[in-house]
Design a protein around this ligand. Structure first.
Ligand code: XUL
Length: 522
């Protein structure tokens, strides 16, 4: 039976998922946790400590060492790697690896560890990752050189963003021009890991490539304007961009000899963790959105055309199944819900009851702006939410109304700030801790006018990557793969469409308050 391997090189771990698509079974799920299992790299939480908390770098050799450790660990637990018929992977987005020209001449010896052999190829010892926020100056310089933030958004799908790769590359060039000159190749985490697997230079896909502020969404190739605005001679240092499903090489001899992979096993172009999660969550067709309710809430969905957020909050990446996807992050997610629960003394059950039994849509005119801290969407600085309504509510004396108010505000904000994608979802696949809460799902269903279904997939990025390998080899339809591996749990929640008018009015009110309180007027 052919099996497919999906890897996920995330901030804190490297995970493998193996699928057998004939039996419909996940035959392996295994991780290496960097902090615990590779402590010698001094990245207890996936990154190196730094006194400046805007700087977040990791050790790329740790990612290479994790590949060795993961393959060895699974092999000694009985995994037969020769059964794998295709490999794809997912990487934490935006992080970058800087390599000199030895990298183009890799001959990996099976009797020496991978990390030790990659070390001489690095032109920069560390890799900035997505948690780094130290490039505000470079973002401003890139915007200026490229013709303004709006222009950068229109070309690349995102305004210049601190954690994105282009601004990070510019900072490296400015701080260490000699090392920049010695850099022959700059890889993303995804394309670096794919390169290791094929022992050569792998391409980048439009999913992860779009997280660099360098890719032109209209051509899916590097933008000359952004290359010139970022750093000199950058074009020659970047890998090529290829469509998802393209084989970027075959498994290197190193892995065949050391772990027993089958010669000729294709490696397909990797992507970023968010595009891979879109696949893992079975949401690559427009009309299906995903809402992940976590510490931050995220909304992502497929888009047929590369529209961009006119307000510049959201991002557009390539969709591994073709077309595009949006990613919109709402910083005040579970932390804000939990703050409200703490303030009014409700647990998650009481919270659901308050919404379902003790209050009505529209909350009798009580509403709040849910910003306990700074927010990404809309971009604003705040230290406390703003409450509007009767005096008791404004003094946190109405627990049930407070519970409904935070959830209505978050749902309305997601609806308003995702409208630019131009696709109205009919189904939303909801995941993350708070998705268990019936009350929250009821409000989301009514605000979006869409059916909410729950998914309990924990490794959606590695699952997505494995599905991408399976699809590339077998050409099966995505829907058929999703029906087996990304099926929703029973018991979805249908919207009560009679509430649409109430929520339309609330959306108007929410916008008005955003304008009044924070000067964000749309
Ligand atoms: C997306 C982002 C994160 C990383 C996490 O823009 O920065 O989701 O991809 O791995």
């Amino acid at each position: 039976m052919p099996q497919f391997l999906g890897l996920d090189s995330s901030t804190q771990s490297l995970t493998a998922v193996v699928l057998d698509i004939d039996t419909g079974k996940v035959v392996l799920e295994q991780s290496v946790r960097f902090g615990q299992e590779l402590p010698q790299y001094r990245c207890p939480n996936g990154f190196l400590e730094n006194h400046d908390n805007r700087i977040r770098h990791s050790d790329p050799l740790m990612w290479a060492a994790a590949l060795d450790r993961l393959f060895a660990k699974c092999k000694s637990a009985g995994m037969d790697w020769s059964k794998i018929a295709g490999i794809c992977g997912s990487g934490q987005q935006h992080g970058s690896v800087y390599l000199n020209d030895h990298f183009f001449d890799l001959h990996l010896a099976p009797d020496r560890d991978l990390a030790e052999q990659i070390k001489p190829c690095l032109s920069r010892a560390t890799s900035p990752i997505w948690m780094d926020s130290s490039t505000s100056a470079e973002c401003a310089e890139i915007a200026k050189a490229a013709g303004g933030e709006e222009k950068v958004t229109a070309i690349t799908g995102s305004r210049p963003i601190e954690r994105f790769t282009g601004p990070q590359i510019r900072k490296f060039y400015k701080e260490n021009p000699a090392a920049y000159r010695q850099t022959a190749r700059i890889h993303l985490v995804s394309s670096f890991m794919a390169s290791l697997l094929c022992g050569g230079d792998a391409a980048i896909d439009p999913g992860d490539g779009a997280g660099m502020n360098l890719l032109d969404l209209s051509t899916l190739q590097w933008s000359d304007i952004l290359l010139a605005a970022t750093a000199p001679e950058l074009a020659s240092k970047l890998p090529r961009v290829v469509k998802n499903g393209t084989a970027v090489g075959q498994i290197a001899d190193y892995f065949i000899k050391r772990y027993g992979f089958r010669p000729g096993t294709p490696i397909f172009v990797w992507s970023g963790d968010n595009p891979c999660s879109l696949v893992g969550m079975g949401a690559t067709a427009p009309g299906v959105a995903v809402i992940s309710l976590g510490t931050s809430d995220t909304f992502f969905a497929a888009m047929p055309a590369p529209r961009t957020d006119p307000q510049g909050y959201g991002h557009v990446f390539g969709n591994p199944a073709g077309g595009f996807m949006c990613l919109i992050c709402f910083t005040n997610g579970s932390l804000a819900r939990e703050e409200v629960m703490k303030k009014v003394g409700l647990d998650y059950e009481g919270f659901a009851r308050a919404i379902l039994e003790e209050t009505q849509p529209g909350n009798a005119g009580n509403m709040l702006l849910p910003y306990f801290g700074n927010e990404t969407t809309p971009r604003l600085q705040s230290t406390a939410p703003r409450l509007f309504g009767d005096e008791e509510f404004k003094n946190w004396k109405k627990p049930a109304a407070a519970a409904r108010a935070i959830v209505e505000a978050q749902a309305i904000s997601m609806k308003i700030h995702s409208a630019w994608i131009g696709v109205t979802p009919t189904t939303v696949r909801v995941t993350g801790g708070a998705s268990k809460n019936e009350g929250i799902l009821r409000v989301l269903a009514d605000v979006f006018g869409a059916r909410m279904v729950r998914l309990s997939i924990s490794n959606s990025a590695s699952l997505g990557a494995a599905l991408m390998a399976a699809q590339a080899v077998t050409n099966r339809r995505w829907e058929d793969l999703y029906a087996v591996f990304s099926a929703a749990s029973p018991g979805g929640i249908d919207p009560d469409l009679s509430q649409a008018k109430i929520y339309e009015k609330l959306a108007g009110e929410f916008r008005r308050r955003l304008c009044e309180c924070y000067g964000i007027c749309s």
